[in-house]
Design a protein around this ligand. Structure first.
Ligand code: GLA
Length: 733
């Protein structure tokens, strides 16, 4: 749900524990300290482990850095700035000084500290905000700029936040990739000069790079020890993360909306609000920073973040566009029979004048194709009801095709440059609707509203977005404001999503965008989960899901068992391995069940039963990554543990196959050293149980020694293959 601030209740500065000019923003285990002096710019003093009041007061004596907490362009123009603007009279400088510090209680028990600065000459203010939640270790920061000048002020940069990071041996882990290969992890020390991570897709933003980074402060990041700062920009549009390593002792980190081709004309009286930047600090390594993001995200950002997700079958890889009633009925029967809880009908179900038989027509014409589905949606939902499962449906509301009734009626609704033919995307005909236009926002809202009004039993929506913005041009925005397109697109999308969530708070919605194009904390308040990638190959998914888990919890990570050979990589992977990988996220299936053997169905039935047992641990537990696939050691391993440390699930996947290879023994992490855990293997395919099956070990032993994983499975000769994986359930007595 949208957790934006409402109901501010001002409390006094003194009551919040601020003395003198220090502004202390504490979380459970961390502190951010600023210095606010009236008439001076706001200064950054400290971000790290929680400080005592005494430490806060004596910080200056430690020789800490003293740099603007939100540098603006103008009076020190050789430094990079978080914000720059051109005043109505053409003056390109800002000179900001603190006028006020206040704290307020916000929605969801949050506390918001706001430092307001005013330009010394112009009636132009910038407030910098910091939001915290009790029990969390995330600080969200954002800026709000208000123009009270006589005319329009042109904003040329508008970062959400800035953080100076002390040089030591800082390594940055970032996510990169491309379609079907999203969220690869790359780690490198920061170079001198500028490192920029950016996106310009326009509509989606996480296929290539990601709007999140980890900074390991003391050399190469370790999973379960060491100081780490994590940063996640909460935005679904074009972004820029920038590290400037200049001639000071600090790396200057900036994150915000990508200002390129997006200069914003701030009208008189208007306030520009940046998206928040979420920061976390952990001394428990990369996994510690991930846990902080996951907990905060589940509790305060992700829609229904504390609820369990259903086990589903999605029709895409099973039938692609070949939707028909009999096929849907059969898939529903099969998933119900295997213990699944939800069936999702993907692309291909709609179109009136133009039936959607492939990807080149019909987007925008969201009427059921009764030639394919004579019983309509209600007929399918009745069948789902009878089988005791729920029903979900695919839509792509932000898009149209040139071959559609919507486009024929309203060519003015698409994004395109004036005087130019529109560049077309998927299927050679796909176009993006102009969400800057309120009428288009209505259309998007109405698509969902009509579906859910007509078919209130729809339980789940897969919301896709399969095109970038390929033409810079809005037919709605004025000539002067064409540069607002990217920003206004996302404002329009958010406005439509807000209306949808206000009316339909309970429906589950997946964010899909040609696979993993919409994994970001900006969009997730309106979505329950995202599709990690159109690539469902289990081996490649280990790498992608590893990267995803840096910032996003398993409850949000759609992870499906698919066919072998895999449709994207053609790799032949045994069902056991495919299942063991899929079970480390939000488990689902992306397969034609009628092509599965009875034995495979039985194996899957057992896996789904086991998954339901471990679902609360996986979807709501704390992650401890143990052995990275990127380290090239031949295996990867991670675990989830309940906060009370009574139960854990341990995953181990072999990532390479060589005869007589030596793999490391993985030591566990995060357990209670003094608790004794009983080991149960899940998804067992071996003829003989593992030697430690049913045995008890202390957390101390498991964390200092660990358990040996056999390199292969003990199965009959004809079932042997080159894969090995294990899932162990650990239960404390
Ligand atoms: C995108 C999605 C897929 C599927 C297709 C349907 O590629 O990522 O999962 O829904 O669209 O056209």
């Amino acid at each position: 749900m949208n957790k934006s601030l409402t109901a501010f209740l001002a409390i006094s500065l003194a009551a919040f524990g601020v003395s003198a000019k220090k502004v202390h923003i504490p979380t459970k285990n961390t502190s951010l300290v600023l210095e606010a002096t009236e008439g001076q710019p706001l200064k950054f003093l400290y971000y790290g482990n929680a400080l005592s009041d005494n430490d806060v007061q004596t910080l200056d004596a430690a020789g800490t850095f003293n740099r603007d907490a939100y540098p603006v362009y103008g009076m020190n123009p050789m430094n990079e700035a978080a914000f720059s603007a051109v005043h109505a009279d053409g003056n390109m400088t800002l000179d900001m000084a603190v006028t006020d510090v206040s704290t307020a209680l916000g929605a969801d028990n949050s506390t918001v500290t706001t430092v307001t600065m005013a330009d010394k000459v112009y009636p132009f203010t910038i407030s910098v905000n910091y939001r915290t939640y009790p029990g969390e270790d995330v600080i969200e920061t954002w800026a709000e700029a208000t123009n009270n000048e006589k005319g329009t002020v042109r904003l040329t940069r508008f970062m959400s936040g800035y953080l100076p990071v002390r040089r030591s041996d800082v390594h940055v882990s970032q996510l990169y990739g491309s379609w079907a290969n999203e969220t690869r992890v790359e780690e490198a020390p920061l170079p001198h000069g500028v490192k920029i991570i950016k996106n310009k897709d326009g509509a989606r933003n996480s296929h290539t790079s990601h709007a999140e980074v980890m900074m390991s402060l003391d050399g190469k990041g370790r999973e379960n020890e060491g100081r780490v700062i994590g940063a996640a920009l909460e935005y679904g549009g074009n972004y820029k993360l920038m590290f400037d390593t200049d001639d000071t002792d600090y790396h200057q980190f900036f994150a915000g909306i990508n200002e390129e081709n997006s200069e914003y004309n701030l009208a008189k009286g208007e306030t520009f609000v940046t998206p928040p930047l979420a920061l976390t600090y952990s001394e428990e390594g990369l996994s510690g920073a991930s846990r902080n993001f996951h907990r905060w995200g589940r509790n305060h950002r992700l829609a229904h973040g504390n609820d369990m997700r259903k086990v589903l079958l999605n029709s895409w890889e099973g039938v692609y566009f070949d939707i028909n009633e009999e096929g849907m009925q059969q898939m529903m029967a099969d998933i119900a029979d295997m213990g699944g809880e939800l069936f999702v009908m993907d692309d291909g179900w709609f179109g009136g004048k133009y039936p959607r038989n492939n990807d080149s027509t019909s987007l925008g014409d969201w009427v059921v194709d009764t030639n394919k589905l004579p019983g309509g949606i209600n007929g399918l939902i009745d069948a789902a009801d009878k089988r005791g499962i729920r029903f979900g449906i695919w839509i792509e509301p932000e898009m149209t095709n040139t071959v559609s009734e919507l486009y024929e009626k309203h060519p003015e609704y698409i994004i395109k440059a004036p005087k130019r033919e529109a560049v077309q995307g998927r299927g050679g005909t796909q176009l993006v609707l102009d969400l800057a236009n309120p009428k288009v926002q209505d259309i998007v809202f109405n698509i969902v509203d009509t579906l859910l009004t007509k078919y209130p039993r729809i339980d789940y929506i897969k919301w896709d977005a399969n095109a970038p913005i390929m033409n810079h041009g809005s037919q709605y925005l004025t000539a002067d404001n064409q540069s607002h397109l990217y920003i206004d697109y996302h404002r329009g999308l958010e406005a439509a999503l807000k209306r949808i969530r206000a009316k339909y708070p309970d429906v589950t919605i997946q964010a899909c965008a040609s696979g993993g194009g919409r994994a970001n904390w900006g969009i997730l308040p309106y979505f329950d989960e995202f599709w990690v990638s159109d690539n469902t190959d289990a081996l490649q998914r280990i790498y992608m899901q590893w990267g995803t888990s840096y910032f996003f919890p398993a409850v949000a990570m759609g992870s499906h068992i698919s066919a072998s050979p895999n449709h994207q990589t053609n790799r032949i992977v045994p069902l056991k391995f495919r299942t063991d990988v899929a079970m480390s996220g939000r488990l689902g299936m992306e397969i034609q069940p009628k092509n599965m053997t009875d034995e495979e169905k039985e194996q899957t039935r057992r896996a789904i039963t086991d998954y339901k047992r471990i679902r609360p641990i996986v979807q709501q537990g704390d992650i401890y990554r143990l052995l990275s696939p990127y380290d090239g050691k031949g295996a990867a391993s991670l675990m989830y543990i309940t906060p009370d440390k009574d139960s854990a699930v341990y995953y181990w996947w072999k990532t390479e196959q060589f005869v007589n290879q030596q793999l490391p023994r993985v030591t566990m992490a995060g357990l209670d050293p003094d608790k004794t855990y009983t080991i149960t293997e899940l998804n067992r395919v071996d003829n003989k149980p593992l030697p430690y099956e049913g045995k008890k070990f202390t957390g101390r032993f498991l964390m200092s020694n660990g358990l040996e994983m056999p390199l292969s499975h003990d199965v009959d000769w004809h079932k042997r293959n080159d894969y090995a994986s294990r899932i162990l359930l650990l239960n404390a007595e």
